[in-house]
Design a protein around this ligand. Structure first.
Ligand SMILES: [Zn+2]
Ligand SMILES: [Zn+2]
Length: 144
């Protein structure tokens, strides 16, 4: 794969690449990202769907989240994971952001190529023991 940035699932059956510099990078603390990643948050980078290539897509499965105003699922999206190892590699079919793929930074090949987050989102569900980074903070709590 000749893309500038590459990544893969844990077992390597699913690989991906893109050349674009991400337009948006966030730490998402929403409850969907907690459940699907198994951690407190997920760090993802937004890249154009047209630039995003996947190899081994037949080894992926998607699970649709949303609509949910209290998570980053928003109007709805699909989280894509490897059916062999379970790694969640990327998110697509975002109803709120057509033409964009969210790459899970934990699946990037090179640790020194993680894109630093520009914002923390869905901070209403950030765990109290986790301090905020010195970047933009978005609560996103739905009006009661
Ligand atoms: Zn895998
Ligand atoms: Zn999220």
């Amino acid at each position: 794969m000749s893309k500038k940035y590459t990544g893969s699932c844990a077992c390597g059956a699913v690989t991906y690449g893109f050349d674009s510099e991400p337009s948006f990078i966030a730490n998402c603390h929403c409850t969907d990202c907690k459940r699907s990643s198994g951690g407190e948050m997920a760090t993802f980078a937004a890249v154009p769907d047209a630039d995003f290539t996947v190899s081994g897509a037949d080894t992926t499965k998607t699970y649709s989240y949303g609509p949910d105003a209290e998570t980053c699922a928003g109007k709805g999206l699909d989280r894509v994971f490897c059916t062999n190892c379970g790694s969640r590699a990327y998110t697509n079919n975002l109803k709120d952001f057509p033409g964009i793929v969210f790459v899970q930074e934990g699946t990037l090949d090179r640790l020194d190529e993680w894109f630093p987050p520009q914002a923390e989102i869905f901070t209403w569900s950030r765990e109290k023991w986790l301090p905020a980074l010195d970047i933009a903070q978005y609560d996103h709590r739905a009006p009661a």
